[in-house]
Design a protein around this ligand. Structure first.
Ligand code: ADP
Ligand code: F6P
Length: 319
């Protein structure tokens, strides 16, 4: 394989740029040329790409977002578009692809591999919800953004004796809510993986008030319910003024943390090694501090499991 391509797909995450850089530098180290495909599978179908040389990935390791742009491309599920893209790649002499994205993007990568065009996946999503790897690129940065915001909210919540609901991202996965809630000392955390008990949440608030606490911070993952709905329930049941902050897309931006940059370097290098060994249909990941590769299908045929021991711990630490 003398030429490979790289694309970023699905929701962007901080550290995608660092991963692109690692792929380009590692491939060049082995004498392999890299094409950067723009806008995920949209660009793959259209053959919209340009050569990424060593200099073209300079100065991006610290940047959030993705230099290659990202897209959700529903039509890529159809065979005709996959085949069209493969034809474009073959015409350009591209022999394999590194897909940086989440489990949805992995499905596309597997279909391409099954059609004879080898792909390797790098997990990049703030949700940390790719089965088979303990961490995904962008999760750590998003967490740090969230806890910085919660710390600020806590300042004003304390001054005004407010209860604050902070709604964070995570439609199906509670990792952001869970880790950020633990790191910021939230009173209650609501995640999609666990049933919540409104009476328990309220009694935590009331216990806090009784022992002189001047604020309560409750983290709710967007997949559970909108923060505004939860605030309404609490206000109705307790009469306590309850404010809401929806952090939204600020969680997806910003300069990647050291941890995400290092992860991007490790994953980018491993993905190139695997692809150059001619092993398509693989995903890279990290488990017990070891960088691994595994069957792409494992990543989307299994369900992601949040570490629920953290959920139990958060309840113990916020009594
Ligand atoms: P993520 O990769 O972050 O999980 P999505 O689930 O939105 O994001 O998937 C990103 C893109 O991957 C989709 O827009 C589509 O182009 C492609 N994709 C998702 N599912 C499939 C599938 N079953 N077959 C082919 N391509 C898919
Ligand atoms: O998958 C990343 C993510 O940020 C989720 O946490 C969130 O639910 C979703 O993407 C939001 O997607 P969009 O920006 O398309 O609304």
């Amino acid at each position: 394989m003398k030429k490979i391509a790289v694309l970023t797909s699905g929701g962007d995450s901080p550290g995608m740029n660092a991963a692109i850089r690692a792929v380009v530098r590692k491939a060049n180290f082995h004498g392999v040329e890299v094409m950067g495909i723009f806008q995920g599978y949209e660009g793959f179908i259209a053959g919209n790409m340009e050569k990424l040389d060593l200099g073209s990935v300079g100065g991006i390791i610290q940047r959030g977002g993705t230099k290659l742009f990202s897209a959700r491309c529903p039509k890529f599920k159809e065979a005709q578009y996959q085949l069209q893209g493969i034809e474009n790649m073959r015409e350009a002499g591209v022999g394999g692809l590194v897909v940086i994205g989440g489990d949805g993007s992995y499905r596309g990568a597997m279909e391409l591999t099954e059609r004879g065009f080898p792909c390797v996946g790098i997990p990049a999503t703030i949700d940390n919800d790719v089965p088979g790897t303990e961490y995904t690129i962008g999760f750590d940065t998003a967490l740090n953004t969230v806890i910085e915001s919660i710390d600020k909210i806590r300042d004003t919540a304390t001054s005004h004796e407010n209860t604050f609901i902070v709604e964070v991202m995570g439609r199906d996965a509670g990792d952001i809510a869970l880790w950020a809630g633990l790191a910021a000392g939230a009173e209650s955390i609501l995640i999609p993986e666990e049933e919540y008990n409104i009476d328990e949440i309220i009694s935590r608030i009331e216990r806090g008030v009784a022992r002189g606490k001047r604020h309560s911070i409750i983290i709710v993952a967007e997949g559970v319910m909108p923060g505004s709905d939860l605030a309404k329930i609490i206000k109705e049941k307790t009469g306590i003024e309850t404010r809401v902050s929806v952090l939204g897309h600020i969680q997806r931006g910003g300069s990647p943390t050291a941890r995400d940059r290092v992860l991007a370097g490790l994953f980018g290098a491993k993905a190139v090694e695997v692809l150059l060994e001619g092993r398509g249909g693989r995903a890279v990941g990290i488990k017990n501090h070891e960088v691994i590769d595994y069957d792409l299908k494992e990543a989307y045929e299994n369900n992601h499991k949040a570490d629920l021991s953290l959920y139990t711990l958060s309840k113990e630490l916020s009594i």
